[in-house]
Ligand binder design. Structure first.
Ligand code: FAD
Ligand code: DLZ
Ligand code: SF4
Length: 522
């Protein structure tokens, strides 16, 4: 039993880590852990039903594990009478219940929530201490220092720093293992005809998860997504089993087929670990060490292992640092002045574009799409069709089980939309149907023809690509990574150019804007 005036430790839904900074070193007899299912978090965007099930179920399992281990856990369920619906309201109520001498909390992952936490010292009568989230390799100050004075925040440079700092995939004399820092050039294989990646482990919902599924069906029935096939890991045990399976069966081919897409194959050789990593069930450095071990034991080639490690201590860390460096402005950036509403088919999946339809189907069924689908199919479409960044941000934040604003927003604003004006990416990732055709089998059975450039039946990505390049010529022509493309455009001559632009306009005019209410309450 905790002492009469314990420390109150609120643990948020993405902080489900036993070694979290706010509980590390605390004693069971002096601590009350508070966990809260609150309406504000579940509904500030209308998350995919599977994301809410995942977070609530993982929270309930985590609370049970802590209790079984002797911790005092005060758990507020969504439907509890008097639930105020917000973190601040629930901490205020818990302070009344427990009369703690202090509140200790690990900083929030998202800017919106961190703003609320920072008001607590003025709101509450007891002391409030906010601890850094040291589950990341790079803290905010180190990222800021690294970014200071740099014209371009090149991920590769940051990544090498992280390799040196962690010693991951480094030799004793400070050289990159294998000889090179980066093996991306070996990681762009198109899919093979007969690819059959080993299945990703699926975890059957237990009683706790089933209860949450019922709750979500009842209370969030109008949210996007299916609950039929919920199978995500909801405990650290399950997440570790999923990781074991990846390191045994799929990491070997992870590298070469990282950018490959096959209709109906939703997982490919990806780890499918982001949902567990982001809510705290897995440790990023531990995963990198396990990947390195696979290389050392000859179970996986360097290009796969380095590719995986780069995603975690490179991209994931960089994206988080970038988010905190550029918030809150990042949310409203719109450098390309894109204003077109998101089309309705992003929510219904009803489109004849086979690539988009398949990515939206897997998003609906599993609350997941793999990286290259998010980047080069869904993202590329939003970029070249000029979709309003606010709509795109809402969509990505709402539909993926691994979505938290700190990771979603830089990927959307910076990586796919160039809405940040090029702070993250040195050029927009715009592509015509050619790229999708090269890296997938989508085009073979598509209603549209990828080789047809304009007019009836032409793949819409083709005219949209040139429409995008043409309308942003002033900004992009001077960019040395993309500017040369205008020579090709000009060689086409006026009549051909007009055909492209008219085809794109016709397609854009045919898009039905999404009805209000999909991502947020009206
Ligand atoms: P793998 O391909 O196995 O990669 C391993 C891990 O690397 C991932 O689990 C993830 O933690 C990390 N990683 C890889 N790429 C990135 C990246 N660009 N940014 C940050 N981490 C990365 N990832 C999220 O976790 N949450 C999001 O909300 C999210 N939104 C995205 C939006 C867009 C527009 C794009 C282009 C990417 C987004 N990503 C996001 C990154 C990436 O698509 C997912 O992390 C990945 O698909 C998760 O599947 P996986 O675990 O099988 O990844
Ligand atoms: C994503 C999410 C949802 C849907 N619900 C809750 C919740 O009810 N309680 C909670 O503690 N966390 C939830 N989360 C995760 C939070 O959104 C996440 O912890 C913060 O956004 C991080 O800043
Ligand atoms: Fe997508 Fe175009 Fe290929 Fe159809 S033809 S699958 S729309 S890239």
């Amino acid at each position: 039993m905790p002492a009469r005036t314990p420390i109150l430790v609120p643990i948020l839904g993405d902080q489900l880590t036993r070694t979290l900074s706010s509980i590390r070193g605390r004693t069971k007899d002096d601590t009350v852990i508070l966990m809260m299912e609150v309406w504000d978090e579940a509904a500030y965007v209308k998350h995919h039903k599977q994301k809410i099930v995942l977070v609530f179920s993982a929270m309930r399992h985590f609370a049970k594990e802590l209790r079984d281990d002797g911790w005092s856990v005060d758990y507020v369920k969504l439907d509890d009478k008097d639930n105020s619906g917000s973190f601040t309201g629930e901490v205020a109520r818990a302070i009344e219940r427990h009369e703690p001498r202090a509140v200790h909390i690990t900083e929030a992952g998202e800017w919106r929530v961190q703003q609320a936490l920072e008001e607590w010292p003025d709101k509450f009568a007891c002391e409030v201490e906010i601890f850094p989230d040291d589950r990341f390799v790079c803290d905010h100050a180190t990222f800021r220092e690294w970014a200071e004075g740099r014209k371009h925040l090149t991920m590769e440079h940051f990544y090498r720093e992280m390799r040196r700092r962690t010693g991951i995939l480094m030799t004793d004399d400070g050289k990159p293992k294998g000889g090179d820092w980066n093996y991306d050039k070996d990681n762009r294989e198109p899919p093979k005809e007969d690819m059959d990646p080993p299945a990703v482990p699926h975890f059957e919902p237990d009683d706790i998860t089933r209860e949450v599924i019922d709750l979500v069906e009842n209370r969030f029935g109008d949210h996007f997504g299916s609950l039929e096939s919920f199978h995500w890991p909801v405990t650290s045990d399950e997440a570790n089993k999923a990781a074991d399976a990846f390191f045994k069966q799929r990491i070997e081919q992870f590298g070469p087929y990282q950018d490959a897409m096959v209709h109906g194959q939703d997982d490919m050789y990806h780890s499918m670990l982001s949902t567990s990593l982001n809510c705290g069930l897995l440790d990023p450095l531990d995963l990198c060490e396990r990947a390195e071990q696979a290389y050392e034991e000859g179970r996986a080639p360097i290009n796969s292992v380095e590719g995986f490690i780069r995603q975690i201590i490179g991209w994931r860390e960089y994206i988080r640092g970038f988010y905190w460096l550029h918030m809150p402005g990042l949310e409203s950036d719109n450098a390309l002045e894109a204003t077109r509403p998101l089309p309705e088919f992003f929510w219904t999946g009803e489109t004849d574009m086979r690539c988009l339809a398949d990515c939206i189907r897997s998003t609906h069924e599993d609350a997941h799409a793999h990286h290259i689908q998010r980047l080069m199919v869904l993202g590329n479409f939003c970029l070249i069709a000029g979709i309003d960044p606010a709509d795109v941000q809402d969509w990505y934040l709402a539909v993926y089980a691994d979505a938290y604003q700190w990771v979603e927003l830089p990927n959307v604003s910076g990586m796919i939309l160039y809405a940040d004006g090029g702070k993250l990416a040195t050029k927009p990732y715009a592509a015509s149907g050619n790229y999708i055709n090269k890296m997938s089998n989508y085009c073979k059975e598509c209603t549209y023809s990828v080789s047809k450039k304009t007019g009836e039946g032409a793949c819409p990505f083709n005219p949209l690509y040139w429409h995008f390049m043409d309308r942003h010529r002033e900004r992009l022509e001077s960019n040395h990574r993309i500017g040369r493309i205008y020579a090709t455009w000009d060689r086409m001559g006026d009549a051909k150019k007009r055909e492209y632009l008219e085809s794109a306009d016709k397609f854009l005019d045919s898009l039905q804007p999404a009805r209000k209410g999909w991502a947020r309450e009206n």
